[in-house]
Design a protein around this ligand. Structure first.
Ligand code: ADP
Length: 420
């Protein structure tokens, strides 16, 4: 038996006895709703009132439309054209008559007097077909929704890429224009035998170097996200005291922050936490968070860097008293190519890939990053990483990078879009 309480069968016959028998039979063997109509007009009303899954339709009816006429109307209406119709007819009908019914859209003929077994058997067959069709429709609908979701994601990614290209072009063009301008001035002075004074040369070379750093930072970030995307970015892990590493980075930035009269206060609950990490990546992470904190904190502000441990993790918090980030914007700052300010209105430079790279590097260490912030009320970035060490045989032959080597030029690169 088809378990189909969900199905409705409409039986149309002008003979009340046939209706009664059909209902009793269907009710006994099939779990479906049965709706009866003794005229075509009543049948049409029932079809308007509710969805019907199968129609058992008498052809010869004394009053009003006959079964063929009713079937024609049913097949001509969008809402009912799909409903299978099984005609009930007298046994002695010719092929021509049957053909007419099939042309109208009937799926089957049953002859009167009704054979119980045949009727139930046919209804079961059609309900099973309807059930299959419904399942197929659900699957098709799910696939269509899935396709729509994939299309939306692809469109959003495409839009983000367009934004990114616009941002990157702007980011590349600005320092390049500055460098070109400086070179043209030098050329002009050389060609016209003019001499620049020492201070002017110093100022100009400072700007040129800063803009070279901006280009290097941008290209480095681009290379790294491309490597991460193609799984070609390998961490050079070594066991090191992360507290000492973070403190060294913070200390080397203090004098830069002082140029904006911003104080950086470092505090830690623990002196030593040894964990396996890639020093270059840790440096990039902390420098990026600090450079953003300095960039988005007005003069005379404060930045706090705190380290603590929770269970088997270390927490590094970088908190500033800067302009903050609104709740809406907090959701997008870790997404690639997304920048809170748009290209035309923003007041700070940046490609919008820094925090995305930071997030990827932290995740490669098994960690997480989140932000707590309120617009105009400062921001706090919380990095959490598991304290896991490497055994001696896991340590790579390259050996750890030296945290104290090149840190100044790395700061120059990371801070190159802040104007002190
Ligand atoms: P970029 O690579 O351009 O420096 P990031 O990915 O580092 O960009 O940062 C994305 C955006 O997040 C910034 O443009 C800024 O709007 C916002 N942001 C990040 N850090 C802070 C902060 N400490 N205070 C306020 N806004 C911030």
């Amino acid at each position: 038996m088809v378990a189909s309480n969900l199905y409705t069968i409409l039986v149309v016959d002008d003979n009340p006895n046939n209706l009664f028998t059909a209902r009793a039979l269907i009710k006994e063997y099939i779990d479906a709703r049965v709706v009866l109509a003794d005229t075509s007009t009543k049948a049409l009303h029932e079809l308007i009132k509710q969805p019907v899954d199968l129609i058992i339709l008498d052809v010869h009816m004394e009053k009003g439309m006959d079964g063929f006429e009713l079937a024609q109307i049913i097949k001509s209406r969008k809402k009912t054209e799909h409903i299978p119709i099984v005609f009930l007819t007298a046994a002695c009908i010719n092929e021509e008559f049957k053909k007419k019914g099939f042309e109208i859209g009937a799926v089957d003929y049953l002859t009167k007097p009704i054979d119980d077994f045949l009727l139930i058997n046919r209804i079961n067959v059609y309900l099973k077909l309807i059930e299959k069709e419904r399942t197929m429709n659900i699957i098709l609908q799910e696939q269509a929704e899935e396709l729509k979701r994939a299309k939306d994601v692809a469109e959003a990614a495409n839009e983000a890429k367009d934004m990114f290209l616009a941002n990157i072009s702007h980011e590349l063009r600005t320092p390049l224009n500055i460098l070109l301008g400086a070179t043209q001035i030098t050329k002009y002075h050389l060609e016209n035998d003019k001499v620049l004074d020492r201070e002017e040369i110093k100022m100009k070379s400072k700007t040129q170097i800063q803009n070279c750093y901006r280009l290097i930072r941008l290209v480095n970030n681009l290379i790294d996200i491309t490597k991460i995307d193609s799984s070609n970015f390998a961490l050079n892990l070594s066991n090191c005291n992360i507290v000492e590493v973070v403190e060294a980075i913070v200390t080397s930035v203090v004098e830069y922050a002082a140029l904006k009269n911003i104080k950086i206060i470092f505090d830690t609950d623990v002196e030593e936490v040894i964990l396996a990490c890639d020093l270059d990546s840790i440096e990039r992470i902390i420098l990026n968070l600090l450079s953003n904190a300095i960039k988005f904190t007005p003069k005379d502000g404060n930045i706090f860097v705190n380290i603590s441990t929770i269970n088997d993790s270390i927490q590094i918090r970088v908190k500033d008293s800067g302009i903050g980030i609104s709740e809406d914007e907090q959701n997008m700052i870790f997404e690639r190519f997304k920048q809170v300010d748009n290209l035309l209105t923003r007041s700070n430079e940046g490609s919008g890939i820094g925090l995305n790279l930071v997030k990827s590097l932290i995740e490669m260490h098994g960690g997480t990053i989140q932000v707590n912030s309120e617009y105009l009320n400062g921001s706090e970035f919380i990095v959490e990483m598991p304290i896991s060490k490497m055994s001696n045989d896991q340590i790579t032959e390259n050996g750890p990078n030296n945290i104290f080597s090149n840190v100044i030029s790395k700061i120059d690169i990371e801070f190159s879009d802040i104007y002190f």
